[in-house]
Design a binder for this molecule. Structure first.
Ligand SMILES: Nc1nc2c(c(=O)[nH]1)N[C@H]1C(S)=C(S)[C@@H](COP(=O)(O)OP(=O)(O)OC[C@H]3O[C@@H](n4cnc5c(=O)[nH]c(N)nc54)[C@H](O)[C@@H]3O)O[C@H]1N2
Ligand SMILES: Nc1nc2c(c(=O)[nH]1)N[C@H]1C(S)=C(S)[C@@H](COP(=O)(O)OP(=O)(O)OC[C@H]3O[C@@H](n4cnc5c(=O)[nH]c(N)nc54)[C@H](O)[C@@H]3O)O[C@H]1N2
Ligand code: SF4
Ligand SMILES: [Mo]
Length: 723
């Protein structure tokens, strides 16, 4: 690809006793380019430097990225398998002893077989995550369906990307998180950014974002909080949490009224315009303002700026997606691009800020309860046959679709699911309604957890399998653009740790399914099978060989064969992926959040992130610098609300909802709406805000409504605190 204006060629400084291993960060979907510095005598990672030659991030990294290398040789690493000796200590860190791999595998195989003999195949479940490479995600899906033969597999993308996926599938017929490469962002004329705390969560996007303003373009931000990006935006629409659908409909109405609809694009390339026009006509500025709390003037201005911009990109993140109407929100904001024809060309389009490092690839290749590799559907017999041919099983042996992540906890609670293999996720912190989820984990007859640190979820396990960190293995991940990139191995696994794929191959043997797995001896072997399994699916990775990824600075999918260079821009031919080639403009009636404020719970609680921590915090809370910067959770409260409750800055208060309560320190700030409070969710045990969140699921994506529920504050006066 063309190098853009920010590109600078810089010689890497090399030392005689060091080698540099070209790779990417372990954390978010930006996948910033980095070189890991490895001491050639000890063969250990000793540091990091940014990669100025990586076209997406050009040497930029955030505080998590520059300290990520400290994970690998950290003293908290689990070095050998652990077996629980004392069942009465389930739910705590205590009661484990070290064991050999043989003993751990034998125990797992025996327990899993016993449970399946007594309760049927589907009594086992797999819950995984997308910090893993594509190869690991792929093999985890195969392991669940072939080695365990269970229908119950799902993953943490249900808490993360599934609403974006659902919205894109409905609007475009295909789910690639961005319709254009990140190197287009700074060249557009308007960024409309909804529900993304970009400066803290995708910090290395910011140089491109600010460049839009520097060129005279506009930034519009939709967020109930005045985040760093909202503060410098041209327009900040500070809506009530959970009201995006009304706002989007209001803007669509004004785009049509203002004459910004592109009639020929609408006629030639979309369906659904007339219905949508009818529906949004009710969303006058006054009505939209009443629902959202955003002034009518600001709504008018937003429509005008977006409508007039020659090129514009609509971007969003979990702020709009983690709602029980997250899929509708995604389609509603996507409508803006379809209505104005600002899509299917460079510098214009729609993008979600994909969350986890492999949030894109991890959802395409078979960890989701209803999907098989290449984004194939378990309900489509042709798709099933194609995958069976690669896996060496018959369609009759292929399990049926299962249920979504949160619904699996419901099945654990009622004992339909009795066994769990959890890997690469920490739901005892990150799932909603934690009092229930922790009870469900405790209720399991047998649980295995794969992790490299003892997480809050591992505390419920019977066996812990020590995995490697990202820098001790190789494979590919797909970044937030849809670009497949290569993660390289910088040091050998420490202790007796192993990559997850290797554990699965070895366990499959003991479960009697060795013949489908025993040819997989290296990460490359898994990669070759994985490319083949994706071939012909619409998320086709077959042409993305490791060589090509290296030569081209990554490969955008779809990439069908050796000759295909990949697809940085989607829909340049104005062909969408629905059978008639058209995109869908969706008419979406407004629904309020599942739980509206009331007399007893008058506040709106929303949750999210800070720059220093990553997700459940199991990784970043162990990195001293990051933890020093943000050691504890807190609750953001507006000064007038603080005054009303007679609470001071830094005072501890109790926050409660219908599901639970927890104590947080107050951070009084004008950067939040008066009717809203915000708590970051990166903390464990009694500090988890998810004790309070609501498990209201989107009907399509099954995404929980992390971003809106009703809450109340109580001053921590010992007599008043409810016990
Ligand atoms: N530092 C850091 N970076 C990360 C991560 C991390 O944990 N830490 N995680 C990665 C992952 S997996 C993800 S998914 C992404 C998440 O990235 P983001 O989605 O940007 O992060 P959040 O903080 O969850 O939410 C974004 C914003 O949504 C706003 N919001 C809350 N309710 C609403 C609402 O109803 N409507 C609108 N429009 N906005 C609302 C919040 O105030 C917040 O500023 O970040 C990735 N990057
Ligand atoms: N209240 C609230 N809750 C939320 C959210 C929110 O905004 N608000 N956001 C949701 C979102 S978007 C997300 S993505 C989820 C994420 O929540 P989780 O799925 O809990 O994510 P992590 O904290 O990354 O957990 C990954 C775990 O796996 C380990 N790990 C990392 N890499 C590997 C690997 O390669 N192999 C193995 N075996 N283990 C590995 C890490 O040490 C860590 O313990 O949280 C969700 N929960
Ligand atoms: S922005 Fe994301 S990928 Fe880049 S250094 Fe920070 S956490 Fe890592
Ligand atoms: Mo996420």
């Amino acid at each position: 690809m063309q190098k853009d204006k920010f590109f600078r060629e810089i010689d890497n400084v090399r030392h005689p006793n060091e080698k540099l291993v070209k790779t990417h960060c372990s954390y978010c979907g930006m996948q910033c380019g980095m070189n890991l510095r490895v001491n050639t005598s000890s063969n250990k990672i000793i540091g990091v430097e940014p990669r100025y030659d990586w076209p997406v991030t050009l040497g930029k990294m955030c505080p998590k990225g520059v300290t990520a290398y400290q994970q690998t040789n950290h003293e908290d690493r689990i070095l050998r398998p652990l077996i629980r000796d004392d069942a009465s200590l389930k739910g705590t860190k205590e009661g484990f002893r070290e064991a050999s791999w043989e003993e751990a595998y034998d125990l797992i195989a025996r327990k899993f077989k016993e449970l399946q003999t007594d309760y049927g195949k589907d009594t086992l479940s797999v819950f995984s995550g997308v910090s893993m490479t594509n190869e690991k995600c792929y093999l985890t899906g195969k392991f669940a369906r072939v080695a365990l033969g269970t229908r119950y597999i799902d993953y943490n993308g249900r808490f993360c990307m599934s609403s974006a996926a659902g919205g894109f599938l409905r609007s475009f017929g295909v789910d690639r998180g961005s319709t254009l490469p990140w190197t287009d962002i700074h060249e557009t004329d308007c960024l409309f950014i909804a529900g993304s705390n970009t400066a803290e969560c995708h910090p290395t996007s910011m140089f491109r974002v600010w460049a839009v303003q520097e060129r005279g373009g506009y930034i519009i931000v939709v967020d109930p909080r005045e985040t760093p990006i909202a503060r410098r935006a041209d327009l900040h629409l500070d809506l009530k949490p959970g009201t995006d659908l009304a706002l989007a409909n209001g803007i669509l109405n004004l785009l049509i009224e203002g004459g910004y609809a592109d009639e020929s694009f609408i006629n030639d390339h979309t369906n659904g315009f007339e219905e949508t026009k009818d529906l949004v006509s009710q969303f006058t500025p006054a009505y939209t303002s009443e629902i959202t709390g955003v002034s009518a003037d600001k709504i008018r201005r937003a429509a005008e700026i977006y409508g007039k911009a020659p090129n514009a990109i609509v971007m969003f993140a979990r702020g709009i997606e983690q709602q029980h109407k997250g899929v509708d929100n995604v389609s509603a904001y996507t409508n803006m691009a379809l209505l104005t024809g600002k899509i299917g060309r460079p510098k214009s389009g729609v993008a979600t800020f994909t969350g986890q490092g492999n949030g894109q690839g991890g959802r395409e290749h078979g960890q989701k309860s209803d999907l098989l590799p290449g984004y194939r559907k378990l309900t489509n017999p042709k798709h099933v046959q194609e995958v069976c041919d690669v896996w060496g099983i018959t369609p009759e042996e292929m399990p049926k679709p299962g249920v979504s992540a949160y619904e699996m906890f419901e099945l654990m609670n009622e004992k339909t699911i009795r066994g769990l293999y959890l890997l690469c996720s920490n739901p005892a912190v990150s799932a909603p309604n934690l009092n229930f989820v922790r009870k469900a984990l405790k209720n399991l007859d047998f649980m295995v957890c794969g992790d490299f640190y003892l997480s809050e979820s591992a505390e419920y396990a019977d066996v812990i399998l020590p995995s490697v960190t990202w820098s001790e293995d190789e494979g590919t991940v797909t970044n937030l653009e849809g670009r497949i990139i290569k993660i390289n191995k910088a040091q050998e696994p420490i202790g007796e740790t192993k990559p997850d794929w290797q554990m699965q191959v070895e366990l499959a043997e003991r479960l009697g399914k060795g013949k489908c797995f025993s040819h997989l001896n290296t990460a490359k072997d898994v990669a070759e099978e994985f490319r083949l399994a994706s071939k012909g699916g619409y998320a086709d990775y077959y042409g993305a060989t490791w060589d090509k990824i290296d030569k081209q600075d990554g490969v955008f999918w779809p990439c069908k064969d050796e000759e295909d260079k990949g697809t940085p821009h989607m829909f340049l031919d104005k062909k969408f992926y629905h059978p008639d080639g058209k995109a869908k403009i969706c008419a979406l009636p407004y629904r309020p959040p599942a739980e509206e404020p009331c007399e007893k719970y008058p506040l709106r609680l929303t949750t999210g992130r800070v720059v220093y921590h990553y997700l459940s915090g199991n990784q970043t809370r162990r990195i001293k610098f990051l933890n020093d910067m943000c050691p504890d959770p807190y609750v953001e409260v507006h000064p007038r609300t603080a005054e009303k409750y007679h609470i001071d800055h830094e005072e501890n208060i109790q926050l409660f909802t219908r599901r639970g309560k927890a104590i947080f320190q107050v951070k009084v700030t004008e950067a939040i709406r008066e009717d809203t409070v915000f708590v970051p969710y990166h903390f464990g045990h009694e500090e988890s805000i998810n004790l309070l969140t609501i498990p209201a699921l989107d009907p399509i994506s099954k995404m929980p409504e992390f971003k809106a529920c009703a809450a109340q504050i109580e001053k921590l006066d010992s007599e008043k605190v409810s016990k």
